[in-house]
Design a binder for this molecule. Structure first.
Ligand SMILES: [Fe+2]
Ligand SMILES: [Fe+2]
Length: 250
């Protein structure tokens, strides 16, 4: 298992592990993001079984013991499975997550007390970096779901939103909406809900210049337009599901 490293924005690194056995022949990537600063933060911990590979990769950028924050989008193995391994490797690190996730999972699961982030709360990382946590409940899935926005670089670490197959380049300016629609058609991974389009569309006001996908390349370009287009597609899906339900009930 090999973990590749790319600097996708000033001081933000993408650690990417490609798994060819998931959804072959395209395969699937698992990405983590390291945000440097006086208090370095990692977004996503990766799976427990990927810890050795991810830790070795991170150590090429900075000693893992220097990590100060461990954050993620929602409680699942690829997002936070290796959290306690990272906390052991980084004695000064604190896990950080939204209020729901801390209440229902982290306050029990984590070996160290988490920092509980309110919707919109900022962690000042120093060194010109600040990250804002934004609640996105049930979007794309998970009651505790949220995203993290690094304000200086305009990087939205959007977790499973825009998930796509394949092992593309670290950075792309190509369309990321079409591949995300195709992956949703294949996996049906989202918790379709009436608020989903509105939740995704609300992220467009951040005007992100970079969308850092957990499963796919990082998209450099007009993040707001991509978010609005994705929101429109989820509105369509929800409408289609409701129409189908009404048809079946008639
Ligand atoms: Fe997920
Ligand atoms: Fe994920």
């Amino acid at each position: 298992m090999e973990t590749r490293i790319d600097e996708i924005a000033d001081g933000i690194y993408r650690l990417s592990t490609y798994v060819p056995d998931i959804a072959p022949p395209a395969g699937f990537t698992f990405n983590q993001f390291l945000v440097l600063g006086d208090e370095p933060l990692m977004f996503h911990t990766g799976l427990r079984r990927m810890f050795a590979s991810n830790c070795e990769a991170l150590a090429r950028i900075l000693p893992p013991a220097k990590l100060r924050w461990i954050a993620f989008g929602h409680f699942e193995s690829d997002e936070c499975g290796a959290m306690n391994e990272w906390l052991a490797a980084a004695p000064q690190a604190t896990p950080a997550h939204g209020q729901t996730g801390c209440m229902v999972s982290l306050e029990d699961f984590s070996t160290r007390a988490p920092r509980i982030l309110a919707d919109g709360e900022v962690i000042e990382l120093g060194g010109g970096k600040r990250v804002r946590f934004i609640d996105t409940p049930h979007t794309p899935h998970g009651w505790d779901a949220g995203v993290l926005f690094e304000e200086t670089t305009g990087t939205l670490m959007c977790g499973d939103l825009f998930t796509q197959l394949g092992d593309g380049p670290a950075l792309t300016a190509n369309d990321v909406v079409g591949p995300a629609i195709a992956a949703e058609d294949m996996f049906r991974y989202s918790s379709l809900n009436p608020a989903m389009g509105t939740t995704i569309r609300s992220l467009a006001c951040l005007a992100p210049r970079m969308l850092a996908l957990m499963h796919g390349p990082s998209f450099e370009g007009d993040g707001a337009s991509a978010l609005r287009a994705l929101a429109d597609d989820y509105d369509r899906r929800v409408s289609d599901e409701v129409a189908e339900m009404l048809r079946a009930a008639a």
